[in-house]
Write a protein that binds this ligand. Structure first.
Ligand code: CP
Length: 329
C-alpha cells in the first residue's frame, strides 16, 4: 500500500476519534473499522434473510448524485436509506443545471441549502468524491458509490460481508479476482479490504493487457492462466469487461476472452471443491461467466446485492454518526 495515499485517504474519511465521517476508499482504513462496518451490517440482517427497519436516520436527507449509470448501487442506497427512515432524493444529473453550465461546486452548495445530510456520489472521474468531500460543509457525509477506476468501497465491503458469511475466516481463504483488473475500481477496493482483513492469499487473473503493471507491488499473486490461477481457490470473483473505459483495443474480442478467461464449470474443477463464485454485476453471460455458473449452487451473486443494502445502511449510519460526533466538538 502506498503510505501517503493511505494516510491522505484516512485523514479525510475519519473524525478526530477515528470514526468514519465520509466513506471514500477502503485503502488506509484499519481492520477494526472494516470489521465494525461488517458487524454493523450484520446487525441489520434478520434470521430469515431479510433486512430490518431501523429508524436511525429519521429526519435526515440522503441525496444520490449519480453521474454514471447504476442499477444495484443507486437502488440499494435508496433502499438502505429508506430502511433507516431517511428521506431520499435521486438527483437526475442529466436534467440538473450542470447541463446548463452550473459548476459542480455551485450545484453542491444549492443541494446543501436544501438541508442534505449525505451525498452518495458515483462519478466517472477518479477522485471526484474526494474532491466533493473536501468542498462540502462539515456536517455533510460523502459516500463514494464508485469513482472512475479508483475505488468502489461499498461494493468491496458487501463482497467482504458475503465472503465472511459464506466462506468463513479471511485467514483461511485464497481469493481470485478475474478479468478486467486494469479498469476495475472494485478490484482495487477489494484488494485493500482483503489485505487489511487478513486474507491468506489474493490472486488476480487476466490477460496481460488487462492487468495493471503495479499490482504485484500491492502484494497480490498475478496469473495469466486460469488453470494455474484458480487452483485451490476458495472464492472466485469475476469482473465485468469495462468496454467504456478501454482507451484502445486491449482485447481481441468477447468470445476470445471467454475462451481464455470465462469462468466456466470446467475451469472451476481445479478450485477448492466448495469454491464460491461472486460477481459485482452487471454480468455479461458468455463473456465473463458461464450462465450455469452464474445461476448455479456455488453462486452468491444475488446474495451480494442483498447484503449491499445492509452494508450501505451500516456506512450511512456510521458516517452520519461520525459527522455528528465531529460537530459536537
Ligand atoms: N456493482 C455495481 O456497481 O453495479 P451498478 O453499476 O449497477 O451500481
Amino acid at each position: 500500500m502506498h503510505q501517503s495515499h493511505a494516510h491522505q485517504a484516512s485523514r479525510l474519511q475519519l473524525n478526530g476519534q477515528g470514526q468514519l465521517k465520509h466513506f471514500l476508499s477502503t485503502e488506509g482504513l484499519s481492520r477494526e473499522l472494516l470489521t465494525e462496518i461488517l458487524d454493523r451490517a450484520e446487525s441489520f440482517l434478520d434470521d430469515q434473510g431479510g433486512i430490518r427497519n431501523v429508524p436511525l436516520l429519521a429526519g435526515r436527507t440522503v441525496m444520490n448524485l449519480f453521474f454514471e449509470p447504476s442499477t444495484r448501487t443507486r437502488t440499494t442506497f435508496e433502499v438502505a436509506a429508506k430502511r433507516l427512515s431517511a428521506d431520499v432524493l435521486n438527483i437526475d444529473i442529466s436534467k440538473s443545471s450542470t447541463s446548463k453550465g452550473e459548476t459542480l461546486r455551485d450545484m453542491l452548495w444549492n443541494l446543501e441549502a436544501m438541508t442534505a445530510d449525505v451525498f452518495v456520489v458515483r462519478h466517472g472521474l477518479s477522485g471526484a468524491p474526494h474532491f466533493i468531500a473536501s468542498q462540502v460543509t462539515p456536517q455533510i457525509a460523502v459516500i463514494n458509490a464508485g469513482d472512475g477506476r479508483h475505488a468502489h468501497p461499498t461494493q468491496a465491503m458487501l463482497d467482504m460481508l458475503t465472503i465472511r458469511r459464506h466462506a468463513g475466516a479471511f485467514e483461511n481463504l485464497t481469493v481470485a479476482i478475474i478479468g478486467d483488473i486494469r479498469h476495475s475500481r472494485v478490484a482495487r477496493s477489494e484488494i485493500h479490504a482483503l489485505q487489511t482483513l487478513g486474507a491468506k492469499e489474493i490472486r488476480v487473473i487476466g490477460p496481460r493487457t488487462l492487468l495493471p503493471k503495479d499490482f504485484e507491488q500491492l502484494g497480490v499473486q498475478v496469473f495469466e492462466d486460469m488453470t494455474a490461477g484458480l487452483a485451490g481457490v476458495n472464492v472466485a470473483i469475476a469482473l465485468r469487461i469495462q468496454n467504456e473505459r478501454m482507451e484502445s483495443a486491449l482485447l481481441p474480442g468477447s468470445s476470445e476472452f471467454y475462451g481464455l478467461f470465462g469462468l466456466t464449470r470446467e475451469r472451476l474443477k481445479v478450485a477448492s471443491p466448495n469454491v464460491l463464485v461472486m460477481h459485482p454485476g452487471p454480468i455479461n453471460r458468455g463473456v465473463e461467466i458461464e450462465s450455469e455458473v452464474a445461476d448455479g449452487p456455488q453462486s452468491l451473486i444475488l446474495k451480494q446485492v442483498n447484503y449491499g443494502i445492509a452494508v450501505r445502511m451500516a456506512v450511512l449510519a456510521m458516517a452520519v454518526e461520525g459527522q455528528m460526533q465531529e460537530n459536537r466538538q
